[in-house]
Design a protein around this ligand. Structure first.
Ligand SMILES: Cc1ncc(C[n+]2csc(CCOP(=O)(O)OP(=O)(O)O)c2C)c(N)n1
Ligand SMILES: [Mg+2]
Length: 342
């Protein structure tokens, strides 16, 4: 499918990424888009109650996932990170089990959809409460430093709106004071449901906040997966080697409504969305890799077919699995057999 590493016809700044890694990043982006579209389809078919939408976030998440070291690093993501979670190893079946709320889901079908967790992958349980994940992420980074576990770091993510929360300030400040091994990645899609960035903060650049805490900040084009990889890799390497925290702001956009429960026509024009779609990172990265000889046109079609087949298989398997048994309702709610309502 891909040509051998370093033998691509046209040269470009690849930041050490091999052809195989570049194709893997594209696969993550394609799977992200496919699975998120699947969530909307299943919702409109009346099969699942809810799904969220990360179209426009594929590049930043695939790039960040490539900078994550499996088996070492810890990921504390937010709810819009399907691509990042899949990129570090979460399977499409696990995503579908969450959407269908089946018993085999990590939370036993109890968590909100798209709120995954995997101890095996170092993937923390996701919180719906904005910025609530950040103090947890900082705590994990503090533990790494306290235990002197060299070569590990925490990657945590947040939306632009969540940076207005007190937990964001407290987490950034604490991480900088204690020089913790952590990277804060802000996926700035310009909207917090119906609130535009300009109503959230007077400074249009979230990255400027880094200086106020005394940590390095980096702004990156969130539609460019290679640039996002490079920024997150550099910051994670610094964190892993004792250099302390970094704030990265990846500028992207949310193309769809906030979730299946939202109608974004009520707060932004179709013209605005259509204009931003011109920079859609998925077809752009497909074209980029084909034009540079990293992938043939045929190889791209094979890749898309294999992503669709995997997503379809995961959908069918998850749908066929049972819901949690009603008798399990209180399992893991209270320790042992304690039942306070009895
Ligand atoms: C503390 C808190 N306040 C409000 C909400 C409701 N809420 C859910 S998502 C959201 C918008 C968040 O926007 P942003 O942080 O930019 O992330 P995005 O969804 O755009 O990726 C809001 C206000 C919440 N979940 N938690
Ligand atoms: Mg946002």
């Amino acid at each position: 499918m891909a040509s051998k590493s370093g033998t691509a016809k046209a040269s470009f700044e690849r930041h050490g990424l091999t052809d195989e890694q570049l194709v893997q990043m594209l696969r993550t982006m394609l799977m992200h888009r496919r699975l998120e579209g699947r969530g909307f389809e299943l919702n409109r078919q009346g099969k699942i109650p809810f799904a969220s939408a990360g179209e426009g976030h594929e590049a930043v998440q695939a790039g960040a996932a490539m900078a994550f070291v499996r088996g070492k690093d810890i990921l504390v993501p937010y709810y819009r990170d399907l691509g990042l979670d899949v990129g570090i190893g979460l399977s499409p079946l696990e995503v579908l089990l969450s959407l269908f709320a089946r018993a085999a889901d990590h939370s036993g079908g109890r968590q909100f959809p798209h709120h995954y967790a995997s101890r095996k992958l170092g993937l923390y349980s996701i919180s719906s409460v904005l910025a609530a994940q950040l103090p947890h992420a900082v705590g994990a980074a503090y533990a790494i430093k306290y235990r002197k576990e060299a070569g590990r770091a925490v990657l945590t993510t947040t939306g632009d709106g969540a940076t207005s929360e007190g937990e964001f300030h407290e987490s950034m400040n604490f991480a900088a004071v204690h020089k913790l091994p952590i990277v804060f990645l802000c996926e700035n899609n310009e909207w917090a449901i119906s609130t535009p960035l300009a109503k959230q903060m007077a400074n249009p650049n979230i990255v400027d906040r880094a200086a106020g805490y005394g940590m390095p900040g980096k702004q990156v084009n969130g539609f460019d997966p290679i640039a996002c990889y490079a920024a997150v890799k550099e910051a994670m390497d610094r964190a892993r080697s004792g250099g302390g925290p970094t704030l990265i702001e990846a500028k992207c956009y949310r193309f769809l409504a906030h979730t299946t429960d939202d109608d974004d026509r009520t707060y932004r024009s179709r013209e605005e969305v259509a204009e931003r779609r011109k920079d859609d990172p998925v077809p752009n990265f497909e074209r980029f890799l084909v034009e540079r000889g990293v992938l043939t046109a045929e190889g791209l079609e094979d890749l898309k077919r294999s992503v669709l087949a995997e997503a379809n298989e995961a959908t069918d398997r998850a749908e066929a699995m049972p819901y949690p048994a009603p008798s399990d309702l209180y399992t893991n709610v209270y320790a042992d057999t304690h039942q306070p309502w009895r």
